[in-house]
Design a protein around this ligand. Structure first.
Ligand SMILES: [Zn+2]
Length: 60
């Protein structure tokens, strides 16, 4: 679970809510119930596929 996630801003556990970023992350995760939403994963996967298709064309 996300209790053990470390904040990129303050390097403290997100669950402790030490900084603004921690608290925002915690609120978002509370709403979604998980660190990364499936929709976000799908969007990222689509982006990777798109990049894989486009980059060789630009390079060539
Ligand atoms: Zn933080």
């Amino acid at each position: 679970m996300w209790e053990h996630l470390v904040c990129a801003n303050c390097a403290g556990p997100v669950s402790e809510g030490r900084c603004r970023v921690c608290r925002a992350s915690r609120e978002r995760m509370d709403r979604e119930g998980r660190p990364v939403s499936p929709a976000l994963l799908v969007a990222l996967a689509a982006l990777v596929v798109l990049a894989a298709l486009l980059v060789p064309r630009m390079a060539g």
